[in-house]
Design a protein around this ligand. Structure first.
Ligand code: PEP
Ligand code: MG
Length: 571
């Protein structure tokens, strides 16, 4: 089986057995079973199907009068579908053919049928696809208590996490210490999927199509995060080479020990550039010193909300997290972005919140003032004791939103009799960029989110692999918008940082520094490379690069310019 290509999001080589998860609509694991267990597994499936059918019939009969005839007849139809050989036989066939657990075979078959039916012109047929998924869910409940088909605690240490996709909520529920590498089917280089995969600090490759069909879990596979390649069935020599590579890396890390990276912290001619960390999970703050991060430039606080299983975290729970992070960062800043929920981060009613241009970020917060004020209260309290907390608003599209958020912040600070922490705006929506000068009057600081800014300027969704060729954060159009914002911030005397992925790309960081940006925030593991790159060049050389890039016409020209420049000027 050939190796599969994807996009590297975190370097290093990992070798291990795959834990294969299908994550759409809750997760389910793919577990290989021995040939002797195949018939037992088929019997387990039939037993669960019969139990589900009995349960659904009971529900239909007992509730017929209370729920109305129509609903009762749907349940009765589902009861029949659950034991319909036309549905159950293909699942059994899959268990025998692929020698896998019933939970996986059930989900995979149901999704396949649903996808086939969703294309039907006849609405009766396309609606039947959804019925099939619902029936599969009912059977899964009778197969295992969780319907997941595995016990998360039983994951063998050193496994490779293989999944179609991974939402922030699912990532927050996984114990990263059990895995040695990650491979995902979905995700482009700047998608949230990639950011999540990187936050695990493990070798990771995303956007690997055909991955789920190839990874078996019965023997070791290789994730090569340096080359962006996944080998689901390596030959013995390939496996040996990968194991040697992984061992070498471990040795290097051991040799480096817990020694902190010593930052240059400035360009070759001594212009200081502050490098802070982007973090998603509070536990990541432990590694700040190791990579030389000067505090946290972006704490994506929505992960606190997505990881919680019973409602939003309380004021006290949030305060504890923010206060601990603030102490970890002192004397440097802690920039907490208020929760950026909605969009592809998925929270709230699906039909309203899933669009990248929908009710997300500060829009979501202003529409849910109680949850927003709770978060502001926790931040104000943490800021009162630590003194280094700054608040950053995501998805700002006009000065009014910052003004409205500030009114909430002022009211909360008054109630708490505490100082008002600095309040900044993320610039990631084109309208905010255009109005940067006006926005500066309402904001204490700016942070440019190049991931979203690029998707909106270029009208190319960051998580959609079919438009990845259009999604180019270093495209001249995006660079010129960034320059516009940098100039507006300077004219207004407002501090400005960049916290999108462009800041963590060594050449991107050079372009940004050349445009006059003096603060960058990125995944902590990227800091040493960016720091070393910036230290090689003088501010004049960097300004020359930026000026040439700004006059390019295409993203390819910018990339060619950057690579040629780095090779020519390398010392
Ligand atoms: C961005 O959009 O650049 C950003 C930093 O925020 P996120 O990736 O969480 O949307
Ligand atoms: Mg963003």
């Amino acid at each position: 089986m050939p190796a599969l290509r994807g996009v590297s999001v975190s370097g290093g080589i990992a070798v291990g057995r795959a834990v294969v998860l299908r994550t759409r609509d809750g997760w389910v694991a793919r577990l290989p079973i021995s040939p002797e267990r195949v018939e037992e597994e088929c019997a387990r499936l039939r037993g669960a199907a019969e139990a589900a059918s009995r349960r659904l019939t009971g529900l239909a009969e007992s509730g017929a009068s209370a729920m109305g005839e129509e609903l009762a007849s749907i349940l009765a139809a589902h009861a029949l579908m659950a034991i319909d050989p036309a549905f159950i036989r293909p699942v059994e066939k899959r268990i025998r053919r692929e020698r896998i657990n019933a939970e996986w075979a059930l989900r995979a078959t149901a999704e396949e049928l649903q996808e086939r039916l969703s294309g039907a012109v006849d609405p009766v047929f396309s609606a039947r696809g959804d019925d099939i998924l619902q029936v599969a869910r009912a059977i899964a409940m009778d197969l295992s208590a969780s319907g997941e088909g595995f016990e998360k605690a039983a994951i063998e240490p050193g496994s490779i996490l293989v999944a179609d996709d991974l939402s922030p909520a699912q990532a927050a529920r996984l114990d990263s210490s059990r895995f040695s590498g990650i491979a995902l089917e979905r995700g482009g280089v700047h998608s949230h999927t990639a950011i999540i995969a990187r936050s695990f600090g493990l070798p990771a490759v995303v956007g690997v199509s055909g991955l789920l069909d190839s990874a078996m879990g019965s023997r070791p596979m290789v994730v090569d995060g340096d080359r962006g390649v996944v080998d689901p069935a390596p030959t013995k020599p390939q496996l040996r080479r990968a194991l040697e590579g992984a061992a070498r890396r471990r040795e290097e890390e051991k040799a480096r020990g817990n020694r902190a990276y010593r930052r240059h912290g400035a360009t070759a001619d001594g212009v200081p550039i502050t490098l802070r960390a982007n973090i998603e999970l509070p536990g990541e703050a432990r590694i700040l010193a190791r990579y030389g991060a000067e505090g946290i430039g972006l704490f994506r606080s929505e992960f606190l909300f997505l990881g919680a299983t019973d409602g939003p975290p309380s004021v006290q729970a949030q305060e504890q997290v923010y206060a601990a992070l603030a102490v970890e960062c002192r004397p440097n800043a802690l920039v907490v972005r208020t929760y950026d929920l909605g969009g592809e981060k998925g929270w709230g009613p699906r039909d309203h919140d899933t669009s990248a241009m929908g009710l997300r970020g500060v829009r979501h917060s202003l529409a849910h003032p109680d949850a927003f004020r709770d978060q502001l209260r926790a931040l104000v309290r943490a800021g009162r004791s630590a003194g280094n907390v700054r608040i950053l608003l995501p998805m700002v599209s006009s000065p009014e939103e910052v003004a409205a958020a500030r009114a909430h912040l002022r009211a909360v600070a008054e109630e708490e009799e505490a100082p008002i922490p600095p309040l900044g705006a993320m610039i990631e929506v084109p309208s905010a960029a255009v109005l940067a000068a006006e926005l500066a009057r309402e904001s204490d600081f700016f942070s440019i989110g190049t991931n979203d800014l690029a998707q909106y300027v270029l009208a190319a969704e960051r998580s959609d692999p079919t438009v990845s060729a259009y999604y180019r954060p270093a495209a001249p159009a995006v660079l010129r918008v960034i320059k516009w914002i940098v100039d507006a911030a300077r004219a207004a005397g407002r501090p400005l940082a960049v916290c999108g992925e462009l800041a963590g790309d060594p050449l991107g960081a050079c372009l940004l520094a050349g445009m006059g940006v003096r603060e960058l925030s990125m995944s902590p593991v990227l800091i040493p490379k960016v720091d070393e790159m910036l230290a090689r060049f003088s501010s004049e050389e960097l300004a020359g690069l930026a000026s040439d890039a700004l006059s390019c016409e295409t993203a390819d020209e910018v990339h060619a310019l950057g690579h040629g420049w780095a090779a020519r000027t390398r010392r």
